[in-house]
Design a protein around this ligand. Structure first.
Ligand code: ZN
Ligand code: ZN
Length: 332
């Protein structure tokens, strides 16, 4: 669910107070687009990512804050021109003004993000040319931005990989390819490496369309609430002893494999998770059961049919799912 609240905010530049809408909470199901645009409900919260002062035209993620450079900027001709620009969607011109504000403050990464968000507005409006132009501008800002954050773990290289997508969708295929190869040479996670190989294939075929991480990994779009663990012991452990599982065990339970050039691989670089999955999901279930048995001594109850050994659905079930046996009278 997305929850939007209304709050009076004082503009840091002119002092005027106006009601602004803020996102209290939102949710995403599924993986983002390859340029980082989130899936699910978060996707449509874009209208609330930038605030505009109706009095002076100042645009920023937070109107109550302003860099010293902002005051002169909002009075500049280029800024005023955007305030009255009717040729582009109003929300997009708000993002473009926020981009100018970030640029003036020396925040190129913020400026690149704001220009990309303007491109998303153009996508939604079906304004392809504007979307392409603003993606190109976003890529320039992001490429010039020093010290981009270095993500760790399974998403290592992700932000740089988003720039590859931005370049591809802006029609700058040569630079997109070079940038992708640079990231691959520098070392990216399994996940991001797969994304970049997908990008290289898309670039080779002249594809400039929108794609999601799920598509790049070759897996079906995630349907919320539909995923199952696919292993009876893991299902049982999660349902009955979920609170006893470690973070690595939980992550390993839900881990997918991906088809790579070197054959199938787990979609993680996390050594703790990889070691739990050495013998696959069935081995993971056995390892968790063994750990819980050792740690809980006699307290762990794994409810198996006394006759055939099949797992029951829950710890309280007294009926086998595999054979006709029931054990209603016997204490477990
Ligand atoms: Zn103002
Ligand atoms: Zn049985």
């Amino acid at each position: 669910m997305t929850k939007i609240i209304s709050k009076d905010i004082h503009c840091a530049l002119c002092g005027a107070s106006h009601a602004q809408h803020l996102i209290a909470s939102t949710s995403t199901f599924g993986t983002p687009d390859l340029d980082g645009r989130p899936a699910g409900m978060a996707r449509s919260t874009l209208t609330h990512w930038v605030q505009e002062c109706p009095n002076c035209g100042y645009c920023a993620a937070e109107l109550s804050k302003a860099h010293p450079s902002a005051r002169a900027l909002v009075q500049s001709d280029s800024y005023r021109a955007l305030c009255s620009d009717m040729s582009a969607p109003a929300l997009a011109t708000r993002f473009l003004r926020a981009a100018l504000v970030s640029e003036a403050a020396g925040d190129l990464s913020g400026a690149g993000d704001a220009r990309l968000h303007a491109a998303w507005v153009a996508d939604d409006a079906g304004a392809e040319q504007l979307a392409s132009q603003w993606r190109s501008d976003a890529a320039d800002a992001l490429l010039a931005s020093p010290g981009a954050t270095r993500e760790a773990g399974d998403w290592r290289g992700w932000q740089a990989a988003c720039v590859v997508d931005i370049l591809r969708r802006a029609g700058r295929a040569v630079q997109a390819r070079q940038h992708a190869e640079r990231i691959l040479d520098g070392g990216a996670s399994v996940l991001v490496t797969q994304v970049l190989r997908f990008q290289l294939a898309a670039l080779a075929s002249g594809d400039r369309l929108r794609h999601t991480v799920d598509q790049a990994l070759g897996r079906p779009e995630a349907a919320p609430g539909r995923r199952t663990l696919g292993d009876p012991l893991l299902e049982y452990l999660q349902q009955n002893h979920g609170q006893l599982l470690t973070q690595a065990e939980r992550k390993a339970m839900w881990m997918d494999t991906v088809q790579t050039q070197e054959g199938p691989r787990w979609l993680t670089d996390d050594p703790a998770v990889l070691s739990l999955l050495t013998e696959g999901k069935a081995g993971l279930g056995r390892a968790i059961e063994q750990r819980l048995r050792a740690e809980l001594a006699g307290e762990l109850v794994i409810n198996r049919c006394p006759k055939c050994g099949a797992l029951a659905r829950t710890s309280k079930a007294r009926q086998c799912r595999q054979c006709p046996h029931t054990w209603r009278d016997s204490p477990v």
